[in-house]
Ligand binder design. Structure first.
Ligand SMILES: [Zn+2]
Length: 164
C-alpha cells in the first residue's frame, strides 16, 4: 500500500505506478526515509531539453517526465540513496546525476526488497514508457537495455494533466 503520491506527479504516471508496493519520498520528506535495502524509482521532469553525455557520446533528451530505476544495497539503504538523488547540489558521478541536477520536479518511490530490473520490465510492459538512451544507468546490467525510461503517451495532455 502506497502513501500519498506527491501532487507534482501527473495523473497518468501516478496511475501507472499505483500497482507498485512502495513509499513515496520527496526532498521535503518523510524525515525518516526508509533505511531498507532494495530498489527505487526516481521520477523527474525536464522543463527544457537536456544534452547529456554517455561515455563520450552526446544525447539530447526532450523535455518531459522520466523514470529512472536504481538500487540501493549500501548501508544507508534506499533513504540515503534517494536523498542524494533529490539533492540538486552534488558532484556528477553517475549518468543520472546529469538529469537530477537539471530537473524541475523530482520525487522517488522506494521499493524495499525490490529489484530495479524487474521494475524496468514491469513499466515497459505497461506501454507508457520508452527507452531514450541505450545503456543509460545500466552499465552493470546484462538484462536491461537501459535503466532510464521516458514517459510517453499518445495524448500528452492526459499524460501531463494535473491530478488535483
Ligand atoms: Zn537492469
Amino acid at each position: 500500500m502506497q502513501n500519498t503520491c506527491p501532487d507534482t506527479v501527473p495523473r497518468r504516471l501516478a496511475e501507472t505506478l499505483s500497482g507498485i508496493d512502495g513509499t513515496w519520498i520527496t526532498a521535503a520528506g518523510p524525515a525518516k526515509a526508509p533505511r531498507h535495502k532494495g530498489a527505487y524509482l526516481l521520477l523527474l521532469r525536464l522543463a527544457v531539453a537536456a544534452q547529456i553525455d554517455l561515455r563520450g557520446t552526446a544525447h539530447a533528451l526532450p523535455p518531459g517526465w522520466y523514470v529512472y530505476a536504481g538500487s540501493a544495497r549500501g548501508g544507508g539503504g534506499i533513504g540515503a540513496r534517494t536523498a542524494r538523488h533529490l539533492r540538486k547540489q552534488k558532484t556528477i558521478r553517475w549518468h543520472i546525476d546529469q538529469l537530477t541536477t537539471r530537473a524541475v520536479e523530482m520525487s522517488a518511490l522506494a521499493v524495499p526488497d525490490g529489484k530495479e530490473c524487474a521494475l524496468v520490465a514491469h513499466l515497459l510492459k505497461t506501454g507508457h514508457f520508452a527507452m531514450p538512451v541505450r545503456g543509460f544507468g545500466s552499465s552493470d546490467c546484462r538484462q536491461c537495455t537501459a535503466h532510464l525510461l521516458a514517459a510517453v503517451d499518445p495524448d500528452p495532455d492526459l499524460l501531463y494533466s494535473p491530478r488535483a
